[in-house]
Design a protein around this ligand. Sequence first.
Ligand code: PAF
Length: 280
Amino acid sequence: MKICKQHASLSQIVLELKKKGKTIGFVPTMGALHKGHLSLIKQSQKENDHTVVSIFVNPLQFNNADDLKNYPRTIDSDLEKIKKTSIKNTIVYLPIYEELFPKNDAFVLTDLNGMDKVMEGEFRPGHFNGVVHVVHNLFKHVQPKSAYFGEKDFQQLAIIKHITKKYCFDIEIKSCKTMRDKNGLALSSRNSLLNEEEKNKALILYSTLVEMKKQKENLSPKEALEMAHTLFKKSTLKLEYIHLVDSKTLSMLSSEWHKNSTCCIAAQCGNVRLIDCMSI
Ligand code: PAF
């Protein structure tokens, strides 16, 4: 496992690999790695000659200063985990803020088709601008053949697929299944901020999604959402939103199910904000 901090040293490695015709897979992360991240790394290692894993807590995508301050940072154990997982040729990129967002940054935000305005976008204004900016600049630095993202961040995945086309990046976006703990809680870096009692309470996200899926045959989307709200009223979590959307366009469903529908949910468990989703 190689560790690279400077953009120039990463560029040198990328250039050499490209000259040799080697393929590069890319797994962007904000650290606090869990089994979900490690499964993305393993998939990239299987499908590419070399894998770049970036670790960078991107301040531009946080709309809340406390959330940024409290975001878990566990760089030593992250490096240890990557080392243990690395079956082959792994480069860990730890970008420096000023190099990732230089003064002469050429980044121009593209139209996100309104996909940044709903759900996460409504509750975290500006969040996706920050995500798109960092992913754009990371793609320029790493120049991968494929990039790997988790399906848990469903809206982010849809937006990244969209901008990859818009910015004409020749990169294949690979989506990877959400990993869950034995009770169903979706793995997330933020789970490390929950105690055992909160983890149990947080299962309401998963159980609501499962119930929505079960009721698809019996209820309209509107009725299914009403049921979900009732379920949440009995819990101690504060529901931010639950929406049924078309999986590709993210347009909201109300009267009819679409062939590819996804239910997305966000809730506050104590001070910790959790999201989850399920294809319905
Ligand atoms: O999903 C994440 O961890 C982040 O949003 C990403 C894609 C690494 C960009 O900072």
